[in-house]
Design a binder for this molecule. Structure first.
Ligand code: 7RM
Length: 635
């Protein structure tokens, strides 16, 4: 049985059964057959559920860049590894072959070495979506430096917090970035951040926008002359299976961001395995994930997963709306994209625009569509399915987290029948469990609970950088011996999972558990509604009542708003039931969002509770400016 490539539903069930009955044998076979190892492992899995210590493939030695680059040179040397599409559609796309990628990564790695970087050192990468971002990531991995990519939309404060937490000794950045019609002064942000970062010794600067920037003598170095002078030969550093590969920060519900630590072997095996299956990647495909490499989605499904499979992976520098809202589809047509992976928030934004932006392009190359990052509402799902996939391309609604390293629950295209809003079935090796509030596993189907994972998988984050206790407290304390995701889920009659949202988004109204996502789905079905968010607020009789923030499609809506409120509650009553009706509906001009497009319900909750003076830090939001407006409109 081919375990690496799942081909139909029956095959999936066989493989899945095997992965649960004999997890170690399962992962061992996959690891042995599909990757290059410098030294084999002694044990497949070491797991201590009391201390939350997990080790996969212990004793093995490898380098992930040998697996992502070197081993393809003979068979795919002239194939495009990275296809770079620049911000400006008039600039040419860049096709970087596996051979060229090898040379550029080796040279970059030698530059790092020349600056004194050694195995285990932490390097902060703060770059826009240009090839040097992927190259810098891989150069770190080649010499065993631990990369910490910080999304280049984060502020100076957010950047310095992350640099200091990991005690990075170097920052790799650029003179600036192009974002639609704007340029952003990245180096200025770095300079500001570096006023408070005692551990930084060197800054490498990539020239991208040719702006006039400050170069601090002795600290800052233009990277190109160094790369030009560097040798193209750089042997791989031998890494132990459990040596850290990278740190990636994710925001917690409280306190400072958590530096999730991912290690080498398990992460490689799992990201590659899931890429192959979830996207049904084939040799001639051109795969495009629109995420930024600053997020886990970019790490696993732009860089490591695709390259480990010898794929062609697209990197797009710009935004969906530049030069107009047709840009994504223009790129799909131009490069004959076969797999397209994006976020529901992007789909909703695109769906608001004129359909002509889609219709003028030829999208027949598309085979598989994907979404990630938040529950996808039915309306957005159908828009995607009808207009982009033309009802021919399966949509994979992929559920996973920074902490999980790779996709956990997802359909396998052409195998798993899809249902809108369901992430469907766990991937091989993943054993989900739904838990009740007393800590008991809920068996059977048609049930709702807190989503846990009851057996380790290779790409789970191993710890929080510098704070293992916080890792235990956050993920392994709520339910004994299980990884708690923080999400709620519903398992339907057939065993399909529907992620209902963060459990802190579950609102108990008159003793009924209501997930915010299905209510938002219902509201969004109203033809006048563009987007919505629900939070709870205290209510004398019901315990909690529902407060809805609603963005209308027509901002100049002239209809009687009270009528509209009635209609929205009517839709909810029809779709869910009167119990889910909203007590308050605020028509709003915007919703506060994180940089990755997730609605910040914490802020909306505070405003609905009348506590808008206690919002805390809102500086890392995508759109901090809407917060004041939302407060002003509050009921
Ligand atoms: C990959 C990523 C993780 C949180 C997670 C969920 C939510 C992600 C889906 C989803 C419903 C999905 N990492 N989430 N994917 N909810 N359906 N397909 O997003 O660390 O940034 O976020 O995102 O709440 O816990 S993340």
């Amino acid at each position: 049985m081919n375990l690496y490539h799942i081909q139909n539903l029956e095959h999936y069930f066989q493989v899945y059964r095997h992965s649960v009955d004999q997890p170690e044998q399962f992962w061992e076979q996959i690891a042995k057959k599909n990757f290059v190892w410098q030294k084999p492992w002694n044990t497949v899995l070491n797991w201590n559920s009391d201390t939350a210590e997990v080790r996969w493939f212990e004793g093995a030695q490898l380098n992930i860049t040998e697996n992502c680059i070197d081993r393809h040179l003979e068979t795919r040397g002239d194939k495009t590894a990275i296809l770079f599409e620049p911000n400006n559609p008039k600039d040419p796309a860049e096709h970087i072959t596996y051979k060229e990628l090898h040379t550029r990564v080796c040279k970059f790695a030698n530059v790092l070495k020349d600056k004194g970087i050694k195995k285990g050192d932490r390097i902060c990468i703060y770059l826009p979506m240009i090839p040097e971002l992927a190259i810098a990531v891989l150069a770190c991995a080649r010499i065993g430096a631990i990369h910490s990519v910080v999304f280049a939309g984060f502020s100076a404060t957010a950047l310095s917090t992350r640099i200091n937490d990991a005690k990075c000794s170097m920052v790799i950045t650029s003179d600036g970035s192009f974002r639609g019609s704007k340029t952003i002064d990245l180096k200025g942000i770095v300079d500001e951040a570096l006023e408070e970062t005692p551990t930084i010794e060197n800054v490498l600067v990539v020239k991208r926008i040719h702006s006039d920037i400050m170069i601090k003598e002795g600290r800052d170095h233009w990277v190109q002359p160094l790369v030009d002078a560097a040798s193209a030969h750089c042997p791989i550093e031998l890494m132990d299976a459990e040596d850290p590969l990278f740190i990636l920060y994710t925001s917690g519900s409280t306190g400072k961001p958590k530096g999730m630590v991912h290690t080498t072997a398990g992460y490689m095996v799992y990201s590659a395995y899931t890429f192959k299956n979830v996207f049904q990647y084939e040799e001639e495909d051109i795969y495009w994930c629109t995420a930024d490499i600053g997020w886990i989605t970019g790490h696993s499904y732009i860089v490591y997963g695709p390259l480990a499979n010898g794929a062609t992976t697209v990197m797009y520098e710009g935004v969906p709306s530049y030069p107009d809202w047709g840009r994504f589809w223009e790129i799909v047509q131009k490069h004959k994209i076969t797999q397209f992976y994006t976020a529901p928030t992007a789909i909703r934004a695109l769906a608001k625009e004129n359909l002509e932006f889609v219709e003028i392009y030829n999208l027949t190359s598309l085979k598989v569509l994907g979404t990630v990052g938040e529950p996808i509402n039915e309306e957005a799902w159908h828009w995607y399915n009808d207009n982009i996939g033309k009802k021919r391309s399966p949509i994979v609604d992929t559920w996973w987290q920074t902490e999980t390293g790779g996709i956990m629950i997802s359909p396998i295209p052409f195998a798993t029948p899809t249902i809108p809003t369901f992430a469907t079935l766990p991937l091989p090796g993943i054993q989900p469990a739904l838990m009740d509030e007393h800590g008991k596993e809920i068996e059977g189907n048609q049930v709702d609970g807190r989503l846990c994972v009851k057996f380790p998988w290779p790409s789970m984050a191993r710890t929080i950088w510098g704070n293992h206790q916080r890792y235990i407290d956050t993920y392994f304390s709520a339910f004994a011996k299980k990884y708690f995701t923080g999400d709620g889920a519903f398992r339907d009659a057939t065993g399909y999972y529907r992620i209902t949202g963060r459990v802190d988004d579950v609102i108990i109204v008159s003793g009924h558990n209501l997930g915010t996502a299905p209510i938002e789905d219902a509201i969004n079905e109203h033809p006048a509604v563009a987007e919505s968010a629900i939070v709870g607020f205290p209510h004398d009789i019901k315990g909690n009542a529902l407060y809805g923030y609603v963005i209308l499609k027509e901002t100049g809506e002239t209809r009687n708003h009270d009528n509209l409120r009635k209609e929205i509650n009517q839709v909810i009553t029809e779709k869910i039931g009167p119990i889910a009706k909203l007590d308050k509906i605020q028509f709003t001009i915007g919703l506060p969002k994180t940089r990755s497009g997730k609605i910040m319900r914490r802020i909306l909750r505070k405003i609905a509770h009348g506590e808008s003076d206690q919002l805390g830090d809102i500086s890392t939001l995508l759109n901090p400016e809407v917060v004041e407006a939302v407060i002003q409109e509050a009921l």
